[in-house]
Design a protein around this ligand. Structure first.
Ligand code: MFK
Ligand code: FAD
Length: 502
């Protein structure tokens, strides 16, 4: 009795294990140095980094409000592993690669491939990295000059002692989707041209960041503000402390008790005179922070595809170790059909995500055509909403493929499911992103859809081993033509017809 012990699934080098990723990179950027870096990093992920990620889950952050002598300190205590992951992120260039011009138009595919390998083992350090990347992008778009010149260097640094992370404080109690109506935070102008922020930020993740970008309404001399989206401006603020240890202009009210993402702190913050600098023109806050949203939504999609891939890699390995009804799971056709379905979803997600990363890299290296720009605008919300939903479905299916063990906490599987659940909520819920798709269709007079049709047609025409006579290819082709005609008619009528077409 009790002599049998099941072999556990083994995490192997996620780069070597991923034939689709390797095939994609070999086709598109066959630079030996990059492939070798990803291979070495994949080895580290499997050997060390995964354990650090697990440590973050086991030692979640906690808030210390007061020092032993009663002074308010609001110290968010994080684990040793969380701090190590910050240093590692700098050394491995997990943000920096995206800003390294030497990688040309492939900088984003390289960076996101690395994050894709890292993400499921990262203890959710990918969250601050996403916001850090988004902040660097916003700074780039408004101009890398004082007061944010040094911040930009720190956000994109490979030196751990210099590397900064950023927060993204948008959500308030009244509105996370509708920040235009929901934001109450006010910015009080100071004599030196800076501002002091007063308000309450309801969700702020990775709150141990060095700086943040946030939205607020500038107060005029009479103390009044402009309501709605047009009253919002974008602000930059550093998170710093007074000599006595108190946070400057911030009180951390509490840490959220969350379903998942427990590895990282998410706090409610009272802004009580936080010193800040305005980065956008007055009233252009939402449009200016949209650059950050594009980047963080792409990161979100990378994490979603990565979660699916991780569960699948482990499930495939387990299928070679677990026996039921006299044979290994891998020899049960029905079990393999389940894994094959997961594989199809995962591949679709991966290819869509990588295509968007490719487009982003083209845009940032000045090589994007008008068609590329339209596609990037259209596909960013699409890939975020699609992969966010798929991740929950695929990861949930994945847990079942381990039987009861998939439900057991210290296998690490439940954490993957919990963390997947947030991917469709933060950075824009599914329905809000659907509306973003309609917004960009209407504002481009349907051009984003035409770009999409042209893209799919060129993919079909260029696909090797696929005949244009293939009934499936023919069916897709004629469906596209029909849709295209519909969009043309709609575009000639009005934006509301276009939304219908979309
Ligand atoms: C592991 C990886 C994880 C990633 C990190 C996660 C950490 C968690 C962080 C968060 O969750 S941060 C909070 C994220 N919050 C959101 O995503 C908010 C969701 N709500 C929306 O996206 C709304 O659609 C939005 C707030 C943008 C609506 O605001 P408005 O003011 O009603 O939008 P409006 O008037 O349509 O657009 C204002 C301007 O912004 C327009 O520009 P113009 O004035 O020049 O015409 C729009 O074109 C522009 N805009 C809006 N969305 C855009 C955009 N531009 C480009 N891309 C977009 N997506
Ligand atoms: P609501 O906007 O109230 O939405 C409620 C429901 O209404 C949703 O289903 C939504 O889809 C739907 N809805 C809203 N508007 C429409 C519409 N026009 N049409 C149809 N349906 C609609 N925010 C930050 O700013 N910074 C952070 O660091 C951060 N970290 C987070 C961490 C975690 C773990 C979580 C869970 C959230 C975090 N958020 C953060 C907040 C997050 O971005 C918001 O919760 C999210 O954008 C939704 O906003 P809300 O909670 O106000 O929901």
């Amino acid at each position: 009795v009790g002599l049998f012990f099941q072999e556990q699934p083994v995490l192997k080098n996620p780069f070597l294990e991923d034939a689709l990723l390797r095939g994609y990179l070999k086709r598109h950027l066959p630079q030996e140095a990059i492939l070798s870096d990803l291979n070495t990093f994949g080895e580290r992920v499997a050997k060390d980094i995964d354990t650090w990620g697990r440590e973050c889950e086991l030692n979640p952050p906690r808030l210390v409000h007061f020092d032993p002598w009663g002074r308010r300190v609001d110290h968010i205590v994080t684990s040793v592993a969380w701090k190590r992951l910050k240093d590692l992120s700098a050394q491995e260039g997990l943000v920096a690669i995206g800003y390294d011009k030497s990688f040309g138009e492939w900088r984003r595919v390289y960076q996101m491939s690395k994050l894709y390998i890292f993400s499921p083992s990262s203890g959710l350090y990918t969250c601050p990295l996403a916001m850090t990347d988004g902040a660097a992008k916003v700074i780039q778009s408004v101009g890398v000059s004082p007061p944010v010149e040094e911040a930009y260097r720190c956000l994109t640094s490979r030196q751990p002692e210099r590397f900064w992370t950023s927060g993204q404080w948008m959500t308030e109690r009244q509105g996370g989707s509708d920040v235009g109506s929901g934001t109450e935070t006010v910015a009080v102008p100071q004599a030196d041209g800076s501002y002091r922020l007063h308000g309450y930020k309801w969700f702020t993740s990775a709150t141990d960041a060095d700086m943040t970008l946030t939205l607020a309404r500038v107060q005029d001399r009479s103390g009044s503000t402009t309501p709605g989206s047009r009253g919002l401006s974008l602000f930059y603020a550093e998170v710093s402390r007074f000599e006595d240890g108190r946070l400057r202009g911030i009180e951390v009210q509490r840490l959220k008790d969350k379903l998942g993402t427990r590895q990282m702190p998410t706090a409610e913050l009272l802004l009580d005179g936080l010193p800040a600098h305005r980065l956008s023109e007055e009233g252009r806050g939402v449009a200016s922070i949209a650059n950050m949203l594009t980047i963080t939504r792409i990161h979100n999609s990378v994490s979603a595809a990565a979660a699916m891939r991780r569960v699948l890699q482990l499930a495939r390995d387990y299928a070679t170790r677990r026996t039921a009804f006299g044979k290994l799971l891998k020899d049960h056709p029905l079990h393999m059909q389940t894994l094959a379905r997961m594989e199809v979803e995962t591949r679709a997600a991966f290819l869509l995500v990588m295509d968007v990363c490719r487009l982003l890299g083209r845009e940032e290296s000045g090589l994007a055509s008008q068609l590329d720009l339209h596609l990037l605008r259209l596909l960013t919300p699409v890939v975020k909403l699609y992969t966010g939903k798929q991740a929950v479905a695929v990861v949930s299916e994945g847990l079942e493929s381990f039987g009861g063990q998939g439900y057991i906490e210290d296998t690490g599987m439940p954490g993957i499911l919990r963390d997947a659940q947030v991917l469709s909520i933060w950075e824009g819920t599914t329905n809000v992103l659907s509306l973003d798709v309609l917004r960009c269709v209407a504002r481009s007079s349907g051009m984003v859809l035409h770009a999409y049709f042209a893209h799919v047609k060129s993919l079909l025409a260029g696909a090797s081993g696929v005949s244009s006579l293939d009934p499936a290819v023919k069916a897709v082709g004629s469906a596209l033509s029909e849709l295209e005609q519909f969009v043309q008619i709609a575009a000639s009528r009005s934006p509301s017809y276009l939304e219908l077409a979309a």
